[in-house]
Design a protein around this ligand. Structure first.
Ligand SMILES: Cc1cc2nc3c(=O)[nH]c(=O)nc-3n(C[C@H](O)[C@H](O)[C@H](O)COP(=O)(O)OP(=O)(O)OC[C@H]3O[C@@H](n4cnc5c(N)ncnc54)[C@H](O)[C@@H]3O)c2cc1C
Length: 416
């Protein structure tokens, strides 16, 4: 199988740090995660061993600022690195994204935004606790935002509430599709802060809190037996009057909604997993047609013109996907212009849809023997279908936003 980088450092002008991290992720994932991926998928088990490996090489701290002892990767560097993990185990890459997001929000993203000096001081102090847990104790954070209503799509206040009480916050609510349920040490939950129980719920009062998995009142319910991404263990998380101390805040009160609006590229962090899957479908097809895929007879099929045409079509689609994705993540910055934002939606849509398109082309091209469960392609096919469903930038919502943004300038309306 090809182990060329997805993004060749010279061709794509990667920095030394980007090239080094992507290489180290590719080596780790191809050597250790790939052999474990089938069992993780088949039995829908969390990739615990992969997390131990990532902790060992410092990857759990990839986006913790260097000043705090981490590797100090920015958004783009993280994305290029994570794609190499997605190439070998989708469930590991997707859950890794939930963990890393807690560091990106609190580190690289917030460091790029103006904050009142008092808030900055408070934040710099608070985040140390979370970074220490990750770096010193190998703790894992997750990102349960979804609730089944319009909150995760960004249209409403979160139904999960954090009521101010003496010395901390009391959390109540329910999060669905909470990846790493029962496996994360801390659930980085978005909640609506209330000073009094009968306060009106407002998105402006969104709080980002790290809830210890073993706190009283935290429970995980429901089964997890989905089509794909089976190792993510995205079950339902319940918070019943869970007390967390003030220092559980990942960001000062009210900062998250502003950060989310000013840093829209952050929502692209779900894409590297699927960029990796797109590459894996192509890798599989090449190796299979050359008769070099481990676990299959050495039968060459590359001499048939139909196969050559099909694989050329896959290469075109892969190049298109890589190019728009790389360009979009290169433009990631606070308050991007509307052209840049539209490209980010187009890139998100392209990666999520093309990963699945490439998986189905790979099966059609390689043929019946390629979709046996003993091979990775059928898992790639199932995992790839999940990308378009991820809120807030589902494939549908990307088209919805893009359609409006192309025809209306900001503030324009046809309402009388
Ligand atoms: C493998 C996997 C892992 C996940 N892990 C996590 C996680 O760790 N944390 C987390 O927070 N979430 C996670 N999710 C949840 C995900 O982001 C969605 O919340 C979840 O898939 C439920 O979405 P739904 O399609 O049922 O949503 P619905 O709200 O029923 O929406 C259905 C579709 O309608 C469209 N839609 C929704 N709202 C609007 C609107 N207001 N206007 C127009 N169209 C709209 C969207 O395209 C959406 O896909 C995960 C999902 C999967 C599949």
């Amino acid at each position: 199988m090809s182990i060329e980088p997805i993004f060749d450092p010279a061709s794509w002008s990667l920095t030394d740090q980007q090239a080094a991290l992507a290489t180290s992720a590719r080596e780790l994932a191809s050597e250790r995660f790939a052999p474990r991926a089938a069992k993780i998928d088949r039995e829908a088990i969390f990739p615990t061993e992969n997390y131990k490996d990532m902790a060992e090489v410092g990857l759990l701290g990839i986006c913790i600022p260097e000043s705090e002892g981490g590797l100090g990767a920015d958004l783009k560097t993280y994305m290029i690195t994570a794609a190499e993990i997605g190439r070998y185990c989708g469930a590991t890459a997707l859950t890794f994204n939930m963990h890393v997001s807690s560091c990106l929000w609190t580190g690289f993203l917030l460091d790029g935004l103006q904050l009142e000096p008092e808030l900055r001081k408070q934040h710099d102090q608070m985040r140390k606790l979370h970074y220490r847990r990750i770096l010193n104790d190998g703790k894992i954070y997750s990102q349960p935002f979804s609730e089944g209503g319009a909150a995760a799509a960004g249209f409403k206040a979160f139904g999960t509430t954090a009521l101010k009480v003496d010395g901390g916050w009391q959390i109540s609510g329910k999060k669905i599709f909470a990846s790493l349920s029962g496996h994360a040490d801390y659930y980085g939950a978005l909640c609506t802060a209330l000073q009094k129980p009968d306060d009106t719920h407002s998105r402006r009062n969104t709080m980002y809190l790290a809830v210890p998995a073993d706190a009283d009142g935290v429970s995980v319910e429901g089964e997890w037996d989905p089509l794909g991404m089976r190792g993510t263990i995205s079950r339902t998380l319940l918070f019943k009057d869970v007390f967390v101390p003030d220092e559980a805040q990942l960001m000062p009160l009210g900062v998250y909604p502003d950060a989310a609006v000013r840093w829209p590229h952050m929502f692209m962090t779900l894409t590297p997993t699927y960029m990796g899957i797109a590459q894996a479908c192509y890798d599989f097809t090449i190796a299979y047609l050359r008769g070099e895929l481990p676990g299959t007879p050495p039968i060459k099929r590359r001499m048939y013109p139909t196969k050559q045409l099909a694989v050329a079509q896959m290469r075109v689609m892969l190049e298109q996907t890589k190019s728009i994705w790389f360009q979009a993540i290169s433009e990631a910055r606070p308050e991007p212009g509307s052209d840049s934002l539209m490209r980010a939606w187009a890139a998100q849509y392209t990666v999520m849809e093309n990963a699945n398109e490439l998986a189905q082309l790979a099966i059609r091209t390689c043929g019946g023997q390629s979709m046996l469960r003993s091979l990775s392609l059928e898992r790639l096919y199932r995992d790839s279908r999940c990308g378009s469903l991820m809120l807030p930038w589902t494939a549908e919502l990307c088209l919805d936003k893009l359609g409006k943004a192309t025809l209306y300038n900001p503030g324009e309306s046809d309402d009388a």
